[in-house]
Design a protein around this ligand. Structure first.
Ligand code: NDP
Ligand code: 2IT
Length: 449
């Protein structure tokens, strides 16, 4: 049995109840075969794949807090510190009722390779809780965040582990967590990224994931002799990543015609009104149905119909899934291909199922996975860490231009890695290989740890 197959078997046997984690590991290890096969004896002896698929540590803890009615609520908190071979653990905190160990482990595992691709010195980790921020008052959000940090602070630090935002965690939550960390540790340091601009945050971090997604997509199109000008784009989600992806796509001359949330989706053939979207989602914290209600050109579709392919049924040139894992399945991929989609680039983490990815690639769609395509967020987080370390802040233009350089660089790194191993155009393999090589070199140099 090949070393890859042997380790896949072991990982499945050890984590039978973790489907998302197994999905992420399966994709990565399968696409690493050319590199692993070329170094099989050495990697097997050093147990490289066993070590890279086992987190350094997994922390789980109780998060008790008191709601506005005086009722005590209990959530579960997580921080998975996956790999710090190339820098302090770095990765977001997800607050969503679906959060469990499998989801946090898959996200932490992906983060290791993504962070390596940024070229910046950051290792991989992820955290979160099954806390549901929807419908909670600001006071309840603060109570939860303070309780969460009252345990998490023991394990993090500016040179140890630096959490950030993800689903359900934005500037408000990061502010409450930073305040509690500072209070407990009496330490003013860059322990979190995505902070507010008055207390160590970086300009362009809010926009970075969505903007970075478009910088990479634009380079992909350019290298295939195409431009963004006049292209129709489908985006899913309507949170941080989706909003700034829509904004940058339209600045590049494309027209974004869809968005979604967990209850429904919209088709707006006139192109998304980003100012209205921000008003509805960022200011009012309301549902997407309110966008449709305020915008005569937009159709709203409830997600109740099981045969509804949602945003992936619309005829577009480019699809950018920006909501959550496994939101684009094989049927959706078939609908996109039938409608002539050219490129699919993932703003979310693992939004495309394995079958859908294979179908898109087999049908000539240029497919770039989240590790490469959404790396602009964490890359800009690392730039925030640099600014915190030197106690300076850079202009929007400076951060944005570094972000552009990083995303264009990532596209070429994954394209080159795919070509080097005879897999031209397979950007999934290219990203996994390029991300893996740097981490493995560091692991080997640092001995058995
Ligand atoms: P937000 O919380 O700002 O937005 C999430 C969006 O996705 C919302 O529209 C939400 O709808 C929708 N969504 C979330 N969960 C589900 C679900 N189970 N089913 C359907 N829709 C869902 O998060 P972000 O925009 O920050 O994150 C989106 C994706 O991008 C995630 O996969 C995240 O891991 C990834 N990512 C984020 C980065 C960042 O910097 N923020 C960086 C790199 C990747 P609703 O409001 O109805 O829940
Ligand atoms: O998935 C991701 O890369 C993020 N949620 C951002 C992590 C970070 O540390 O900025």
């Amino acid at each position: 049995m090949s070393y890859v197959d042997e380790v896949l078997e072991k990982v499945k046997a050890k984590n039978p109840d973790q489907p998302e984690f197994l999905q992420a590991v399966t994709e990565v290890l399968n696409s690493l075969r050319p590199v692993v096969d070329a170094n099989e004896e050495q990697y097997r002896k050093l147990a490289i794949l066993e070590r890279i698929t086992e987190p350094d540590r997994q922390i789980m803890f109780r998060v008790p807090w008191v709601d506005d009615k005086g009722q005590v609520q209990v959530n579960r908190g997580y921080r998975v510190q996956f790999n710090n071979a190339i820098g302090p653990y770095k990765g977001g905190i997800r607050l969503h009722p679906s959060v469990n160990l499998s989801i946090i482990k898959f996200l932490g595992f992906e983060q290791v390779f993504k962070n390596s691709l940024t070229t910046l010195p950051i290792g991989g980790g992820k955290g979160g809780s099954d806390f549901d921020p929807k419908g909670k008052s600001d006071n309840e959000i603060m109570k939860f965040c303070q309780s969460f940090m009252t345990e998490l602070y023991k394990y993090i630090g500016a040179d140890t582990d630096v959490p950030a935002g993800d689903i359900g965690t934005g500037a408000r939550e990061i502010g409450f967590m930073f305040g509690q960390y500072k209070r407990i540790r009496d330490l003013y340091e860059g322990v979190l990224t995505g902070k507010g601009l008055t207390y160590g945050g970086s300009l362009a971090r809010t926009e970075a994931t969505g903007y970075g997604l478009l910088y990479l997509t634009q380079e992909l199109m350019k290298c295939h002799g195409e431009s963004m000008e006049g292209k129709l784009v489908a985006i899913s989600g309507s949170g941080n990543v989706a909003t700034y992806a829509a904004q940058k796509a339209q600045q590049m001359g494309a027209k974004v015609v869809t968005l979604s949330d967990s209850t429904g989706w919209i088709y707006d053939p006139e192109g998304i009104d980003v100012a209205l979207l921000k008003e509805v989602k960022e200011v009012k914290r309301a549902r997407l149905s309110e966008y449709a209600a305020a915008r005569p050109s937009a159709e709203y579709h409830d997600k109740k119909d099981a045969n509804d392919h949602g945003v992936w049924n619309i005829k577009v040139d480019i699809a950018l899934p920006c909501a959550t894992q496994n939101e684009l399945n094989l049927d959706d991929a078939k609908a996109l291909v039938a409608n002539g989609v050219k490129a699919v680039c993932e703003g979310a983490n693992m939004p495309t199922t394995l079958e859908a990815t294979e179908y898109l690639q087999a049908n000539g769609v240029w497919f770039v996975g989240g590790k490469a395509a959404n790396a602009g967020g964490v890359a800009t987080s690392a730039l925030e860490m640099s600014q915190n370390s030197e106690r300076l802040s850079w202009s929007f233009e400076e951060v944005d231009s570094k972000l552009q350089g990083i995303m264009v660089g990532i596209y070429h790194a994954i394209d080159d890695a795919a070509k080097k191993y005879g897999k031209e155009g397979d950007y999934v393999a290219g990203a996994n290989i390029a991300g893996f090589e740097k981490v493995v070199n560091a692991m080997i140099a640092q001995g058995v740890v």
